[in-house]
Unconditional design. Structure first.
Length: 79
């Protein structure tokens, strides 16, 4: 998985990937505790998007929206 031009290795099998993603989301929900953080929720969803079609669609929609937003900012203003 590549995030911000960095490559992160995930387990090769589907079941461990899903377990890691669910664990990250669950621990992120407990983000109010000192060791855990809310940053784990989007990371867990990103890991789950490798295997779950619903989460993959959410990720694709978000990336399209972010691309459109970036393109709108790069265009010069029309007069």
């Amino acid at each position: 998985m590549t995030i911000a031009r960095r490559v992160f290795r995930l387990p090769a099998n589907r079941a461990p990937r899903i377990a890691v993603g669910i664990a990250l989301v669950f621990c992120g929900i407990l983000g109010f505790l000192p060791v855990l953080g809310f940053w784990m929720i989007p990371l867990g969803l990103l890991v789950l998007s490798q295997d779950l079609p619903t989460v993959r669609r959410w990720r694709r929609r978000l990336s399209v929206r972010m691309g459109q937003r970036g393109r709108a900012r790069r265009q010069p203003p029309t007069r």
